[in-house]
Design a protein around this ligand. Structure first.
Ligand code: NOJ
Length: 765
């Protein structure tokens, strides 16, 4: 559905630009003056060298007086200790695992720890810091609480499919409550890397392909984790990671170089981080990767000048795992001291697992590559964070709740939330002949596949303190949801192991079922960090099993578990009666699946990322710019493939419901838009189907004529409406003048007078 709003130039006669509805006039060229929040600056500048404090000093956190006094007493070694973060190795999240020694804590050589949780364990280590070190400075404890701590919620790319900031915030809040109850002060989340390349394993951890959606996700997560005050015992400091453009690694290969245009960087990859900074995120983590030759861990132009300088971020910047030392491997530092000097000058305060600051900074200081003042600035920021977290007042403030009853009730509520988040994240990709929902007591069901009864895999790649045994497998969920139905199970193969006997048995079981539910996809370790896949499809063993099952000619419902869009064989996508993107749904996987398949919950999830037909289409995303020769099936010399469609198999926003919705009457309350104004955009939605459902409607704009070509569609709003059968409702979107601003040829934000097209629809397709 499309409407046009015209943005025309009246500045010539002294008044600001206005927009006029449905005019075909496309005059343009007038800008608004006095833009707010401009972010333009050259981010391609090379990394900073020695002791350059410009910009770093531009925004300092509020440093309490006692921190200054404390610093006056600190030795250089104690200061460097505050800048050093080490893994306690209760979980292993990186390659270099120097075990933490308690002696180094007692000597004040460590300022923060990660990969340790549990109130008692943390209390014990904290006791060493506050009772046995010379200055009694508390530690803080970090952990990768990406999508739940003990109760595991759907992976982020899945949760993004809920298109619902309320859900995003609620799960972050619940995760923070659990993590804080186990001693965690800071999470290395949210992961805000937009990605358009399903080969990249970390697609699982992020918000999908769109910058607008990612920015909403960022805000909700930061507010959820941090609550209203970082000092609250159940607040956890959030870390916006991994800045920036990590999702654009070359050919989707983990840790590979990144080389993108400055426009793409600013329009696609930085906005989610800007949104997190605006929401008050406590920490930022630079990506492992480089950007056009400058590794992010040495990227002063972005970390120091943009993030600290322009955005006014005054929190801590924490390196990724050994990333400072890796500046040597990147080829920009000669040795550890050089690496440490580069990172410090770029604005990194904490060295995670690298020993670069502890060992390299004294050498760099001796060489004159850094100043003591720049080290002090970093120490101040770390101590200020500890003060904000309330650790100087009570270093044990996150060391555990004791009220068992309260905890038990909390667990119930969190499990309920995990179920709700999971069923809102599941996307119904295909449902022919209304094979779904399944009706209880009508026919028998054969549940087949290596992920049918696989608790551990349901938790996904970053399951923090999650316990596999506590996850509900799909089989159990289906049996609970359909108690009057005979449900039989057969695995058929391993995740990627052909098992002939198991396959034969699975085919027997499948042949006896009236409907087959085929549970296929990735193991939890096939996505996540260091899990790039050049062929992000179904493993061979599963393809063979699926082919044999489909050949039986029965209705097949395919549940796909993955941390990324999967490339499906055409025969499977075409011959399956129904297909669902389950992602990794978390602790309540089985219940959520049961709710959706039985129709107890009418699916409402929409894809946060396009699903390609084939690897050859990657990168694929809806926000493409137009071609001078748009694809045409009849014209040879047009922008297309001769062997594949141009479109993805499933577009951004795609997702079916058991209800049937119709959109009509797109309208606006004004035809012209001036600075400071908003247009109210409305559309009617009717539920024409036989069941109640919730419709998700996406609102896009397109600027058809601009000095710099604009994407074919830009997302600007999402609304949901729940409707009973036969019911109608109205959805309202608001389009502010700043929503149509864009970066001009000089990369400065600007408005141009002219037409703006407005679209509402169910997906980018
Ligand atoms: C490396 C990962 O890139 C990062 O996301 C994570 O927070 C750290 N390891 C700590 O586990």
């Amino acid at each position: 559905m499309e409407r046009r709003v015209e943005f025309i130039d009246t500045q010539a006669c002294g008044s600001p630009p206005v927009a006029k509805l449905e005019s075909m006039v496309t005059r343009r060229s007038i800008m608004m003056a006095g833009l707010v929040g401009a972010t333009a600056l050259p981010v391609r500048a090379s990394s900073a060298r020695a002791g350059d404090l410009s910009g770093q000093a531009s925004r300092q956190p509020d440093v309490p007086g006692f921190v200054k006094e404390l610093m006056a007493e600190m030795t250089l070694e104690e200061k460097l200790g505050q800048l050093t973060m080490v893994s306690a190795n209760l979980a292993q999240t990186g390659p270099y695992s120097t075990p933490m020694t308690l002696d180094s804590v007692k000597l004040g050589r460590v300022g923060s720890l990660f990969n340790l949780w549990g109130a008692e364990r943390i209390r014990e280590v904290q006791r060493l810091a506050v009772e046995e070190t010379r200055l009694r400075i508390p530690l803080f404890f970090g952990f990768d609480v990406l999508h739940g701590h003990r109760t595991i919620f759907p992976i982020p790319v899945a949760e993004a499919c809920a298109f619902d900031p309320g859900v995003w915030k609620a799960t972050a809040r619940a995760a923070a409550e659990e993590a804080a109850g186990e001693g965690i002060d800071l999470t290395f989340a949210p992961m805000l890397d937009v990605t358009r390349d399903p080969r990249w394993g970390r697609t699982a951890e992020g918000p999908g392909e769109d910058a607008w959606l990612a920015s909403r996700f960022a805000r909700a997560k930061v507010h959820g984790f941090q609550s209203t005050d970082l000092a609250n015992p159940d607040a956890v400091a959030a870390t916006a990671k991994h800045l920036g453009a990590y999702g654009a690694v070359n050919a989707g290969r983990e840790y590979a170089p990144v080389d993108i245009s400055e426009r793409q960087l600013r329009e696609v990859y930085l906005p989610s981080f800007g949104a997190a900074a605006e929401a008050g995120v406590a920490a930022v983590m630079p990506a492992f990767t480089d950007l056009a030759g400058t590794p992010m861990s040495a990227n002063a132009a972005i970390l120091r000048d943009l993030v600290r300088g322009r955005w006014g971020f005054s929190g801590v910047i924490i390196s990724d795992y050994r990333a400072i030392a890796e500046l040597v491997s990147h080829g920009v530092a000669a040795d550890l001291a050089d690496a440490a000097a580069l990172a410090l000058a770029a604005g990194i305060d904490i060295d995670m697992m690298g020993e670069a600051y502890a060992k390299g900074l004294p050498v760099a200081l001796g060489r004159g590559e850094v100043t003591l003042a720049s080290i002090d600035l970093a120490v101040e920021r770390v101590l200020a964070l500890k003060a904000k977290l309330g650790l100087f007042d009570n270093p044990y403030r996150r060391c555990g709740k004791t009220d068992a009853a309260e905890t038990a009730a909390g667990v119930g509520a969190r499990r309920q939330l995990a179920r709700e988040a999971a069923r809102r994240s599941i996307v119904l990709l295909k449902n022919s002949d209304h094979v779904l929902p399944l009706r209880d007591g009508v026919g028998s069901i054969a549940v087949i596949g290596p992920l049918a009864d696989a608790k551990g895999h349901m938790l996904g790649p970053w399951s923090a303190a999650g316990v596999s045994e506590e996850a509900v497998p799909i089989l159990d969920g289906l049996r609970e949801a359909l108690p009057a139905t005979t449900i039989s199970l057969a695995q058929g193969c391993g995740i990627d192991e052909i098992e002939p006997a198991s396959k034969a048995r699975a085919l027997e079981v499948a042949a006896r079922g009236d409907i087959i539910v085929l549970c296929l996809g990735e193991s939890k370790t096939m996505s996540g960090e260091a899990a790039s896949r050049a062929r992000p499809g179904l493993p061979t063993a599963q393809r063979e099993l699926a082919r044999a099952v489909v050949e039986l000619g029965k209705p097949v419902v395919v549940l796909l578990f993955s941390g990324r869009p999967l490339i499906l064989p055409n025969w499977l996508a075409e011959r399956a009666s129904a297909v669902l993107a389950m992602w990794f749904p978390g602790s309540e996987a089985g219940h959520a699946a049961g709710d959706v398949l039985s129709g107890r919950f009418n699916p409402t999830g929409r894809l946060s990322i396009s699903w390609p037909f084939d690897v050859g289409q990657i990168p694929i995303f809806f926000g493409q710019r137009p071609s001078g020769r748009p694809a045409s099936p009849t014209e040879h010399y047009t922008s297309k493939y001769i062997d594949l469609p141009v479109e993805p198999r499933f577009s951004f926003g795609h997702g079916l419901s058991y209800a049937e919705f119709a959109l009509s009457r797109l309208r606006v309350d004004r035809s012209e838009l001036r600075a400071g104004q908003s247009i109210s955009v409305e559309a009617d939605v009717a539920n024409l189907g036989p069941v109640a459902g919730e419709e998700t409607v996406l609102f896009f704009i397109h600027d058809p004529v601009a000095t710099v070509a604009r994407p074919l569609l830009e997302l600007r709003g999402v609304q949901k409406i729940a409707l009973a059968p036969g019911e109608r409702g109205t959805l309202r979107f608001s389009l502010a003048a700043e929503d149509i601003r864009f970066l001009g040829p000089d990369l400065e934000p600007k408005w141009e007078a002219g037409a703006i097209e407005l679209y509402v629809g169910r997906s980018a397709a």
